[in-house]
Write a protein that binds this ligand. Structure first.
Ligand code: SAH
Length: 253
């Protein structure tokens, strides 16, 4: 029996009901090329192989690689290495990316796919605390930098939560399964780089309002022109509000 490695964030899925629920959420099409990140010993992989024409895998742990090799069919290629070390060109070959992510780098992995335009749908399992921030609604305390940066390019949705006992070893926290669908709503409005700068400034000090966080960029007159209350906090603004602010700053620069 192989021991789970903490350093690779290994928590293996052992709950068949959850595996079934995950498969129910995924849209399968023969035209799609799927990439699974961190397949581990293949809890999801075998089932995914049955439903896809092309499924490739990226796994870092040589012990897992050895187990996986015995399970693969000819539609699947296995790539060994750190997923964060692969190139844009590598990822551009796929349009659906999924996986039960290693939680220690879940956020980095998700944001790695923001610039990979060919990837239009992502399904990930990660810790609930982070998932709640990624899918947060306006006006809640979970609405944060991550929510807005991801929302600029993706529609985000939580499918369900998963209790620790569904894994071996059981993680300390509850997990969530989320779905991200790429949209192009803001593509012609402003660049991601400009948007990101305003988001970071607006959320700089969590307890401060917009007037304070943006005091070097916007004065009270600007807020009036924008029709945004300066006493609001960043968490109360929509992505459209931030786009409006960004556009205003660009045109008044
Ligand atoms: N999908 C499996 C395993 C999930 S645990 C299951 O649900 O049972 C997370 C997996 O990600 C492990 O297999 C771990 O070895 C792998 N992993 C950890 N860090 C990684 C990295 N940087 N790049 C690729 N895979 C990684």
């Amino acid at each position: 029996m192989i021991k789970a490695k903490k350093k690779f964030g290994q928590n293996f899925l052992i709950d068949n009901q959850i595996i079934k629920s995950i498969l129910d959420e995924i849209k399968f099409s023969e035209r799609n090329k799927y990439l699974e990140i961190g397949p581990g010993m293949g809890a999801l992989t075998s089932e995914l192989q049955k439903k896809t024409k092309k499924l490739d895998l990226v796994e870092i742990d040589p012990d897992m690689i050895n187990v996986l090799r015995t399970k693969l069919n000819s539609n699947t290629q296995l790539f060994e290495g750190d997923v964060l070390g692969f190139s844009d060109e590598f990822f551009e070959k796929y349009n659906v990316v999924l996986g039960n992510l290693p939680y220690y780098i879940a956020t980095e992995i998700i944001f790695r796919f923001v610039p990979i335009k060919n990837v239009d749908t992502l399904y990930f399992m990660l810790q609930k605390e982070v998932a709640d921030r990624l899918v947060a609604k306006i006006g809640t305390k979970e609405n944060s930098i991550l929510t807005n940066l991801l929302g600029f390019n993706f529609r985000t949705e939580k499918c369900f939560d998963i209790k620790p006992e569904s894994f071996d070893p059981a993680p300390k926290v509850t997990s969530s399964f989320i779905k991200l669908t790429r949209h192009k709503d803001y593509e012609n409005e402003i660049t991601y780089v400009d948007f990101k700068r305003i988001i970071k400034e607006s959320f700089k000090f969590k307890r401060k309002n917009l007037k304070n966080n943006l005091k070097n960029i916007l004065n009270l007159n600007d807020f009036e022109n924008l029709e945004i209350l300066p006493t609001k906090r960043a968490e109360d603004l929509s992505i459209e509000d931030f786009i409006k602010i960004t556009k205003y700053l660009i045109s008044n620069a």
